[in-house]
Design a protein around this ligand. Structure first.
Ligand code: B3K
Ligand code: ZN
Length: 883
């Protein structure tokens, strides 16, 4: 909390640390009133620092210093100074042992950063700068230390005491307490430190690494959740094997622990050998967990495990380099998920998310390069840009180098930098050195914010059998001074009978035997032409195949060309995208008609395209389900000049009802054909079938007839798994069958009230309801016993789900915005990270039509007027208002 304006930190000001910490010996005594932390740090001046006579400035906040000594001698009060954020020792020797005793109150820590209590346990979250809430320290990732941790706590309440590394000693005291000492043999920054104490049960398994070492794997949870750990354990074992096979990365300790906690700001945290997970990202069983969550658990378990190399063994020099570990690790987990399921489905889902959410961030007031140049609060930079766009940048490098050279590059990166804290530049350099490819221009992707606009036109000359693609790249207004970037543009030219052979003018002729129907064009200039020879017919270009670069592609396809691509493109991503573009054009027509007070007509081509999708049995069912989903309201809002949320909603709903009416027989057939009678598995085929069946159900429910209602009620009552149960409940909640809806909601709560994660789904399906009256419902839910504003999962399930519910959040009287402002003001004090994150939808005010924009701005201004804003909230609100 602060009264003054927070300081901005700049990448250009980076200096190596003045001191290093070789060993960190920590001793925790956990007690109800106060937790005592005794630290013993072996410190020395850093020979690489240019300042060799500096005072020692340690980070620390929200704690009480009891004593401080250097080399065993207690310091006199005039030898040091404590303020809100630091402890300064005016003079210290070149090498010394610093001992501090501090007291903290984890039971009062609602920020969920540092050491805090969740349910009946103690746990930590130190990334990015939470360790400084535990003890005075050099809390920066380039200070790496060997940690030894001793935990003392009451044995009955806290039988399990965990920290990083190996359990090296333990014992009991006569007062009913016990203690355990953990030693981590790997040097690490403080952000990877973890501690857990609680009454926890666990499941255990083991993994034998490629060099024959046995690793004990444990997942710790509250005893009631023991039956929900198998999926995470299997996912962990699959991840360990995959990382050996794909990246040659072997696990490096004989123990790997995962702990599930209820109160957690993010999904999970990769602490060395002691990953801490939000329960929502680790627990899964068919009765309580949807298919989407099964997949999410697998992906997050993998992501955190992969960090052991991309993040822990090789870590970040400073927080500006966050994408070094996050972008790379998201790329790695996406590749893993692609291989565990359908590559195309995973790609489409990821790109859809990137285009909807990251492109909007890149176009808004918080736009930043994947390696930001400044920040006030680093927690605000755990963004879709750093993570997902960061992963796209790594994907492009992988694409440009090819599999073998990319692997050579990653091997070199890990070997060269093992045990170091490095930069994005070190990563690119390793890729360059291993491959011999010049990535100079490519580096712009790290330093430039904004989404490149790729404007492409095509011209066919029948006379010369020649097809010319003209490619222009530029940025929108805010980033118009950016340099052109290196864009790998994967493409093909489709003729009537399939993809045509490509002979690019000026390039060496392709050998006849090669599959030369797809090329990756190196787009490097503001404007470039690519000429293809011997093209016998006017082709339809298939562009940005597999979404080969995170750019906004513009090509003026006719609707018939899009129809052709939907049926004929051999690239699954492009087929889906063509279907989306067809949907975009159809919705745009309808939005314009609605705004002009005219009748809305749905382009019949969309019905024809959907009809083909529903009847073509050769298609992947998950892809059919994805292609049958119209572009989301959020996506439509993001591509409109001044988004008119109400018009988008009405148009999209009208289109959906029309589709349901026109295709009802096929939708019924599809529903019936995809009812599974076998036992639940979260495998690709079953997930695909359920996804298509429930897509059909949602369309059919729009017909609001008795037959469909019965279908939905039967599915709700007979569902053997949460995917089917939730799909039916969501359809009912968004229908006008008031009585049945209320009955189902009451029944659902009654049945699942003891399962917090299921109750959260119950909360969010109601907060996400697009019918009128939802804000009142949300307010009632916040007074319900199932709600707790201190629990981030519940906040996301109610407030987060409401803000994603565009038509209700953007009510024309501004009540949705004011409601959010009220909640942010409360959360600003309780949990600044969550408060700042929830602000996201308000920050995009400029994207909306003028009256909405003004009301959104009002809400931001009201927050800005609050006296004590956290750094987190201050940074986001002030930047949004400046823009
Ligand atoms: N590295 C953590 C994120 C921590 C966020 C702190 N505000 C999770 C992850 O990306 O794996
Ligand atoms: Zn991560």
């Amino acid at each position: 909390m602060r009264d003054s304006q927070p300081k901005t930190i700049f990448l250009k000001d980076y200096q190596v640390p003045e001191f290093l910490i070789d060993h960190s010996d920590l001793h925790f005594t956990l007690a109800a009133e106060e937790t005592t932390v005794r630290s013993r740090l072996s410190m020395r001046r850093n020979a690489e620092s240019t300042v060799q006579d500096a005072s020692l400035v340690l980070h620390g906040q929200d704690m009480r210093l009891q004593s401080v000594s250097v080399d065993g001698l207690a310091l006199a009060p005039e030898a040091y100074k404590v303020d809100e954020e630091t402890l300064t020792l005016f003079t210290v020797p070149d090498k010394f042992t610093l001992e501090c005793v501090t007291e903290i109150k984890p039971q009062q820590n609602t920020s969920l950063e540092g050491l805090y209590r969740s349910s009946k346990m103690y746990c930590t979250q130190c990334e990015a700068e939470g360790f400084r809430k535990i003890t005075y320290y050099l809390d920066r990732p380039d200070v790496m230390s060997l940690f030894t941790t001793t935990i003392v706590a009451d044995k009955t309440s806290y039988p399990v005491l965990l920290s990083n590394g190996n359990n090296v000693a333990s014992g009991e005291n006569s007062d009913g307490s016990h203690w355990v000492t953990w030693e981590d043999p790997f040097k690490k920054p403080a952000y990877l430190f973890a501690l857990v104490a609680g009454d926890l049960a666990f499941i255990e398994d083991s993994f034998t690494t490629c060099s024959g070492k046995d690793v004990t794997l444990r997942i710790f949870v509250e005893a009631k959740d023991l039956d929900k750990c198998d999926h995470a354990m299997q996912s962990l074992k699959r991840s360990m094997l995959w990382d050996e096979e794909t990246f040659g990365r072997e696990y490096d300790l004989s123990i790997f622990n995962i702990v599930a906690v209820d109160d957690f700001n993010m999904g999970a945290m990769e602490n060395k050998s002691l990953n801490i997970f939000n329960t929502s990202c680790v627990l899964a069983k068919p009765e309580t967990t949807t298919d989407a969550t099964f997949q999410r658990v697998e992906a997050i378990v993998a992501h955190e495990y992969f960090h052991n190399w991309s993040g822990n063994r090789v870590t970040c020099r400073d927080w500006f380099q966050l994408s070094l570990k996050e972008g790379f690790t998201v790329y790695r987990d996406a590749e893993f998920s692609s291989e565990m399921g359908s590559r195309t489905v995973k790609r489409v889902e990821d790109v859809n998310f990137l285009r909807t959410v990251q492109f909007a961030e890149d176009g808004g007031p918080m736009a930043h390069p994947i390696r930001p140049e400044s920040f006030m609060e680093i927690s605000n930079f755990y963004t879709v840009t750093v993570y997902e766009k960061g992963a796209e940048i790594v994907r492009m490098i992988a694409h440009l180098l090819g599999d073998a050279l990319f692997r050579k590059g990653s091997d070199l990166y890990f070997d060269r930098h093992d045990g170091q804290a490095v930069t994005c530049e070190d990563f690119v350099k390793a890729m360059e050195d291993a491959s011999g490819k010049d990535l100079s221009q490519f580096r712009c992707w790290y330093s430039q914010a904004g989404t490149p606009q790729l404007h492409v036109t095509g011209e066919y000359s029948a006379e010369h059998s020649r097809y010319t693609l003209t490619v222009k790249q530029y940025y929108k207004a805010a980033q118009q001074h950016n340099q052109p970037v290196h864009i790998p543009l994967a493409m093909a030219l489709l003729g009537e009978a399939g993809a045509l052979r490509l002979q690019l003018q000026g390039a060496a002729p392709n050998p006849d035997t090669a599959d030369n129907t797809e090329l990756v064009l190196d787009v490097t200039e503001a404007e470039q032409q690519f000429v293809f020879e011997n093209i016998p017919e006017q082709p339809v270009p298939s562009l940005l195949r597999g979404f080969s670069a995170p750019v906004q592609l513009q090509f003026a396809y006719s609707r018939d060309e899009l129809m052709f691509l939907v049926s004929n493109d051999s690239d699954g991503f492009c087929r889906w995208d063509a279907c989306q573009q067809l949907g975009v054009l159809a919705l745009k027509d309808m939005i314009a008609a609605h705004q002009a007070g005219e009748d809305m007509q749905l382009d019949h081509r969309l019905i024809t395209a959907y009809e083909h999708l529903l009847t073509d049995e050769s298609l992947d069912k998950s892809m059919v389900a994805l292609m049958l989903s119209l572009p989301s309201e959020a996506y439509m809002a993001s591509i409109m000049e001044k988004a008119d949320v109400q018009a988008i909603h009405v148009a999209r709903m009208t289109a959906r009802v029309e589709i349901a009416e026109q295709l009802q027989e096929l939708l019924w057939d599809s529903y019936n054909a995809n009812v599974l009678t076998v036992a639940y598995q979260a495998d690709e085929q079953q997930i695909a079938a359920r996804s298509l069946k429930n897509t059909a159900l949602h369309y059919l429910m729009l017909l609001e007839n008795e037959q469909v209602l019965n279908l939905c009620l039967t599915q709700y009552q007979q569902a053997q798994n949460m995917t089917d149960s939730m799909a039916a409940l969501a359809a009912l909640v968004n229908s006008s069958f008031e009585q049945q809806k209320q009955n189902a909601l009451a029944d659902f709560y009654q049945r699942w009230q003891a399962e917090a994660l299921v109750v959260n789904q119950w909360l969010s399906v109601q907060a996400g309801c697009y019918l009128a009256g939802t804000l009142d419902r949300v307010q009632a839910l916040m007074a319900h016993q199932a709600f707790d504003i201190k629990n981030p999962n519940k906040v996301r399930s109610v407030i987060g789900a409401f803000t994603a519910n565009a038509v209700n959040f953007h009510q024309t009287d501004g009540s949705g915005y004011q409601f959010l402002a009220d909640q942010i003001i409360i959360l600003n004090t309780l949990n600044p990270q969550i408060a700042a994150r929830l602000l996201g939808p308000l920050t995009k005010w400029k994207q909306y039509k003028n009256d909405s924009a003004a009301l959104m701005r009002d809400a931001l201004q009201r927050i800005m007027g609050e006296e004590k804003l956290s750094k987190d909230v201050y940074e986001v609100v002030s930047k949004s208002l400046q823009a």
